[in-house]
Design a protein around this ligand. Structure first.
Ligand SMILES: [Ca+2]
Length: 328
């Protein structure tokens, strides 16, 4: 049984990613930790609670984590996921997640109890992980693995300056840009760390009908929840990525990272890279990117996913959502 901790700013694509983990009989979710990002941190915690309750997984505990970045000003993705992270549907769990105990001490305690056994998956800003690293600088090495949604690039060639390579600026990277100091703190530590960023995740746009059809044909509660919270989110993606046939599409970003953990065979290309921050000369925005190792490289090398079997991921999602409850 795989032991997993999920760190999420629970918006729409996080909900689907959580479902993949909640449905897998080989996964024991030790804890879900909330973080600000797609919505406020307290909303992210309650949204995670709502998703797990909908999946019949009242057994999985949710803890409230960091509500703000380490140093920079708080920003949220409410334009994409709605003010509540759930497309302004106003769905709330029966019981809200309490403010205490805080997610970071819970994380440190779980690592003490399950040294080297935990797969950590961060699908929001990396603030909880960076805060825990302040108490335990070796934390990443004490986890079995860390999978993170974030970072641009990676650099494929020696002769390309980061900013000259379109892979570095193909997309926004909200999880990193919302707390660049946290991203940098995590990137500077050794461990079995995999980054699955927008360069990969934005290639996977799924027709909204895929989810609506499963919800209608199965009537299963998790699929119906997705169909409900997807509406505004699919609207955002369809405006951003207009389709020739006018069909509505949506991103499944966080699910790709979860799929890369649960099904490593679906990762078709990845490279080992040091990560560094750099600045957009036009806007001053800071980014994290996998760059080419230099001779005598001393920075830790992390794995950066380059490509995935998107059809395989979609099959995994379809199989999951069609599986009747109970899950787990
Ligand atoms: Ca997320």
């Amino acid at each position: 049984m795989r032991k997993v901790i999920v760190d999420t700013d629970t918006g729409v694509d996080d909900a689907l990613a959580l479902m993949l983990l909640a449905a897998d009989p080989e996964v024991e979710i030790l804890a879900v930790l909330s973080v600000f990002g797609n919505c406020r941190g307290d909303q992210a915690a309650d949204n995670a609670r709502y998703v797990l309750d909908t999946c019949g997984r009242q057994d999985v505990p949710v803890y409230r984590g960091c509500d703000a970045p380490l140093r920079q000003e708080l920003r949220l993705s409410s334009g994409v996921h709605g003010d509540d992270g759930f497309g302004n549907t106003g769905l709330r769990p029966e019981v809200s997640v309490p403010a205490e105990p805080h997610a970071v001490p819970v994380l440190l305690d779980l690592v003490d109890r399950h040294e080297g056994e935990i797969d950590y998956i961060a699908i929001g800003p990396q603030t909880n992980l960076a805060t825990a690293l302040q108490s335990d600088p070796a934390l990443l090495e004490r986890l079995k693995s860390v999978t993170i949604v974030g970072t641009l690039g990676p650099a494929m060639y020696h002769d390309t300056e980061p900013w000259a390579d379109r892979r570095f600026r193909v997309s926004r990277d909200p999880n990193v840009s919302f707390d660049i100091d946290a991203a940098q703190a995590v990137a500077s530590r050794s461990g079995d760390v995999t980054w699955c960023g927008p360069y990969v995740t934005r290639q996977a746009l799924v027709p909204e009908d895929f989810f609506l059809e499963i919800a209608a044909s199965t009537g299963h509660a998790p699929a119906r929840l997705l169909a409900e919270i997807n509406r505004d989110y699919a609207g955002f993606y369809t405006r951003s990525y207009p389709q020739a046939d006018g069909s509505r599409v949506m991103g499944i970003n966080d699910s790709l990272a979860v799929a890369s953990l649960l099904r490593p065979d679906l990762v078709t290309a990845a490279v080992m890279r040091p990560l560094q921050t750099f600045e957009d000369p036009a806007t001053g925005d800071r980014f994290l990117a996998g760059v080419h190792p230099v001779r005598g490289e001393t920075r830790p090398l992390h794995r950066v996913v380059v490509d995935m079997d998107f059809d395989g991921v979609l099959e995994l999602i379809g199989d999951t959502l069609r599986r009747p409850l109970p899950w787990g």
